[in-house]
Design a protein around this ligand. Structure first.
Ligand SMILES: NC(=O)c1ccc[n+]([C@@H]2O[C@H](COP(=O)([O-])OP(=O)(O)OC[C@H]3O[C@@H](n4cnc5c(N)ncnc54)[C@H](O)[C@@H]3O)[C@@H](O)[C@H]2O)c1
Ligand SMILES: *[C@@H]1O[C@H](CO)[C@@H](O)[C@H](O)[C@H]1NC(C)=O
Ligand SMILES: *[C@@H]1O[C@H](CO)[C@@H](O)[C@H](O)[C@H]1NC(C)=O
Length: 438
């Protein structure tokens, strides 16, 4: 459902002032003309009308991409005022600061990364399509937050090549932080197309535009711990096999890593993939367990907790958002320049992949116990066998590579991080009667 909806909806809007002109013709027919002067006037107006019709119906000759722009996004981008906002948002304020295009900027991780970059003086421009995979009002609230810190989030789709090219025309981004994606493991069974649209076509489009840009930016993007799939060897290390994905989501992230390899190999793009492990925190995602458990515990609603066969523990290497943000910034800061120019490779370029986890898996039952203590409400638990719909039994990151290369060192344990999440949750959902975590 979700993200294709607004697009098809827009296709139904009759375009153009041309139609408007046509509707006027019956009115003209009703005119009575006695004199040749009236006839002359009539033909002059008809001629003028035809010229106007032609003018409005044909695309402006200088921008062949305009029609694709109209069909893909709601064309609320473009124009001098818009370009000014884009430039100002992307303006670098710190010495040696970066100029970063952040995709998925109204998302959970994207918002935190954008704000952190802006705080230290980097130029930041966001892109997000505000799809309704989860409550878009939360994305709008994050956008408003970013707006206050001086980050402009352009509403548009990463599969819209005209938009991305336009952004690179306006700003010479040094880095792209690519976080836009269709996330979620179970939703892939409902809407597989959305994963192909954003995680495959969208990623290819981002890399196409990056490889053609002059100069080419360095790219850092979000892969996922889910690429480890059915692996049972722990902790997960970057050298381990990643060819047994357990969900379509995981398969698209794995495909993304292979696609990254080709763009690095052929075009000299510097690319870093980050395998995030279950990120949580304030402004988080309502489709994730820690978030909807909190909502349901507060409502007194029963929560379903999965267990593996033989009462095996289901556990996650929960990673606090601030730690992930530090990892993202370190990846940007250590990224080498891309080596290509004009779409051609000039030499070997950097290609990296890192685990960003917390290195201490916590059973989901323990997650619930922590939430009960923080919320001071007893949860109504229902233990269920884990269905085979994409979730894996546990995740556990080996982060020694990120530690060595990025100086990455997570410092927030689950208890501490959840305390901050719960504080945010209570204030966010109580501050307005309109909002509710449905
Ligand atoms: N949060 C986690 O635990 C986790 C774990 C592993 C990987 N990741 C990855 O990290 C990235 C960020 O995740 P998040 O948790 O912030 O998710 P999120 O859904 O909150 O953020 C993604 C944002 O991208 C936007 N988006 C999606 N498709 C788009 C498109 N085609 N064009 C433009 N914008 C689009 C969405 O509207 C959303 O705001 C994603 O790539 C995700 O797959 C997240
Ligand atoms: C992505 O955009 C291209 C055109 O730029 C289009 O042909 C393709 O259908 C789109 N893909 C998806 C999956 O939306
Ligand atoms: C952790 O990963 C590194 C490679 O990044 C590897 O050399 C090391 O052996 C791994 N450690 C464990 C305990 O698996």
């Amino acid at each position: 459902m979700s993200q294709l909806k607004p697009i098809s909806h827009l296709d139904n809007i009759p375009s153009t002032p041309g139609k408007f002109k046509m509707d006027k013709s019956p009115y003209i027919h009703r005119l009575r003309w006695h004199s040749s002067l009236a006839k002359l006037t009539f033909w002059s107006f008809l001629f003028l009308g035809l010229i106007l019709l032609f003018f409005f119906r044909s695309p402006p000759p200088s921008s062949p991409s305009d029609s694709s722009r109209r069909s893909l996004s709601n064309s609320n981008w473009g124009g001098p005022a818009w370009e000014k906002r884009v430039r100002s948002s992307a303006r670098v304020r710190a010495r040696n600061g970066l100029s970063v295009l952040v995709t998925g900027a109204a998302g959970f991780v994207g918002t935190h990364v954008s704000a952190a970059l802006k705080r230290r003086g980097d130029g930041v421009l966001g892109v997000d399509n505000f799809n309704d995979y989860y409550d878009p009002s939360l994305k709008r609230a994050r956008q408003a937050l970013l707006e206050r810190t001086g980050v402009f989030v352009v509403e548009g789709d990463i599969n819209d090549s005209a938009l991305l090219r336009k952004l690179f025309d306006v700003v010479a981004f040094t880095h792209v932080m690519h976080l836009a994606a269709q996330a979620g493991v179970r939703y892939a069974m409902q809407n597989p197309g959305s994963y192909v649209h954003s995680n495959i076509a969208g990623l290819v489009n981002v890399l196409e535009v990056c490889k053609s840009a002059n100069p080419q930016p360095a790219v850092v993007w979000a892969s996922s711990s889910s690429v480890y799939g059915l692996n049972s060897k722990v902790p997960f290390s970057e050298e381990d096999r990643t060819d047994q994905p357990a969900s379509l989501y995981a398969a698209t992230k794995k495909a993304g890593e292979e696609i990254a390899h080709t763009y690095n190999h052929i075009y000299g793009l510097s690319i870093t993939g980050l395998r995030f492990f279950t990120v949580y925190g304030p402004w988080g995602r309502p489709d994730m367990a820690y978030f909807f458990f909190t909502r349901d515990i507060l409502k007194g609603k029963q929560i379903q907790i999965f267990e593996a066969p033989n009462h095996g523990t289901v556990a996650r290497d929960f990673t606090y958002i601030d730690d992930i943000v530090k990892g993202c910034l370190a990846a940007l800061d250590t990224a080498e320049k891309s080596t290509g120019r004009g779409g051609k490779k000039k030499g070997p370029a950097q290609l990296r992949v890192f685990n960003l986890g917390n290195t201490s898996p916590v059973p989901v039952t323990e997650l619930v116990s922590i939430l009960e203590r923080l919320l001071k409400v007893k949860a109504n638990r229902l233990m269920l066998k884990m269905p085979r719909n994409g979730d894996v039994q546990f995740t556990h990151a080996n982060i020694s590579l990120a530690q060595r290369e990025l100086g990455y060192k997570p410092t927030t344990d689950l208890q501490t991080g959840l305390k901050k999440f719960v504080r945010w949750y209570l204030s966010y959902y109580s501050s307005s009667g309109k909002k509710s975590a449905s």
